[in-house]
Design a protein. Structure first.
Length: 423
């Protein structure tokens, strides 16, 4: 068997020569002075035995004071001491006993590492969204959240290298900057991405699972209807916010029409007929995939006419701050509410529950209210025969609603008047 002194002092000759160690391992000394570790083995396949040579790497003596990290990097560069070459020979022999060519195995491992490096979290996340059986608008919203909250932090990492520590950092940041609802959505989305990665052998585990309960549960009743005094205070706070006119305008439009937050922020000028005071939201933007016609109160028409001079040259009524070709994000509402200390007490989705409660108190027909909210009639038979939009009736109802909002915002302790029958 070789000694390290023999390896270190071996001199080059005119032709390559070998210094044998043990069990197929030898050191090849080349004329240019390079000393290379080789492992000779025999592999039998389908009754045929072939002799092959596996190139382990080059010889080096152990550097003085080398750290474990430095040694690992050296071996990754293909330089091995005598002891390390023997360890590599043991690994190679183990593969040969299994009928595996160690050279082929190393090639496969390299390809695997390259694929893992190319398979980033962002790539798998985008694939996950594309594979979901969702409407395009839902996919766009989920991808928008990932691009804002998750991808900036872990998108560039190979998906197999993402750890629970990374996940916890994403969730804590989302909780602080975007609120508990967004953090919860990010957690669900990341877990879905890793479910896909594991099922396609690109990851071994879901790193979200160990930290799934690290943050306190969001116990806020986001859809609790606000009382009239709370509505007034909220509207006063928002009016005094001094933020972007797009955010304030979209927020007011949501309250005046009781549309969904996403329907407000993604509104396009082509959808509005301000002369007729009508807003037609196309089917592809609606949750139920059916066009929704909304009557606009005078307050909404006036606001939109004024805003048209500012954003009318864009396709979206409320364009985004960074990309004016895209609509503003729903998250803008949550950020504004967080600044105004309303986060945890109210979420934009509670607007519709509030409007439904107050309009029912005002004595309006449930059919009118449900149609205003674009809710589907739960009774199948009634749904078949009830095609009425009640547009004229809803226009009167929503005008009174907008007038009540004005009164509450001014601080008036106004009790909703019951609608006069037949009005």
């Amino acid at each position: 068997m070789l000694t390290d002194t023999q390896c270190r002092t071996a001199k080059p000759k005119n032709k390559p020569y070998k210094l044998s160690d043990d069990k197929g391992l030898y050191l090849e000394v080349k004329p240019n002075g390079v000393k290379a570790w080789r492992y000779r083995f025999k592999l039998t396949r389908e009754g045929v035995t072939k002799e092959s040579v596996f190139a382990i790497g080059d010889y080096t003596s152990a550097p003085s004071g080398e750290t474990p990290e430095e040694a690992k990097a050296r071996r990754a560069g293909g330089r091995f001491t005598l002891a390390e070459a023997r360890e590599e020979r043991i690994k190679a022999r183990g593969l040969v006993k299994q009928g595996i060519n160690p050279a082929h195995n190393r090639q496969l491992e390299r390809i695997k590492r390259e694929q893992e490096s190319a398979t980033t979290f962002e790539a798998v996340a985008r694939e996950w969204v594309s594979l979901k059986d969702w409407e395009d608008v839902t996919k766009a919203r989920r991808l928008d959240m990932l691009e804002r909250v998750v991808i900036p932090k872990i998108g560039a990492l190979p998906v197999r290298q993402v750890t629970p520590v990374h996940i916890l950092d994403v969730l804590k940041t989302a909780q602080e900057k975007n609120g508990p609802s967004v953090a919860a959505e990010a957690k669900r989305a990341m877990s879905g991405v890793f479910e896909l990665a594991v099922s396609t052998l690109r990851a071994d585990t879901d790193p979200v699972y160990p930290v799934r309960k690290a943050l306190p549960a969001n116990k806020t009743q986001h859809k609790r209807p606000l009382g009239t005094a709370e509505i007034g205070q909220l509207l006063r706070d928002v009016s005094g916010h001094g933020g972007r006119h797009e955010t304030l305008g979209a927020f007011r439009l949501m309250w005046w029409t009781l549309c969904r937050p996403s329907e407000a922020v993604e509104a396009q000028w082509a959808e509005f007929d301000l002369e007729a005071a009508i807003w037609r939201i196309p089917a592809e933007r609606m949750k139920k995939r059916k066009e929704h016609v909304i009557p606009l109160p005078l307050q909404a028409v006036e606001m939109l006419r004024a805003l048209h001079g500012i954003t009318g040259h864009h396709s979206h009524v409320f364009p985004g701050r960074d990309d004016r070709k895209k609509p503003m994000a729903v998250a803008s509402f949550r950020q504004m509410l967080n600044v105004l200390s309303w986060s945890g007490k109210f979420s934009p989705h509670a607007t519709r529950a509030t409007g439904s409660t107050r309009l029912n108190e005002m004595g309006y027909s449930p059919d009118w209210i449900e149609r205003q909210l674009a809710h589907t009639e739960p009774n199948a038979v009634r749904r078949t025969y009830n095609h009425a939009d009640y547009l004229t009736d809803r226009a009167k109802m929503m005008q009174q609603w907008a007038d009540m909002l004005d009164a509450w915002q001014k601080g008036g302790d106004v009790v909703p008047l019951r609608k006069i029958k037949g009005a």
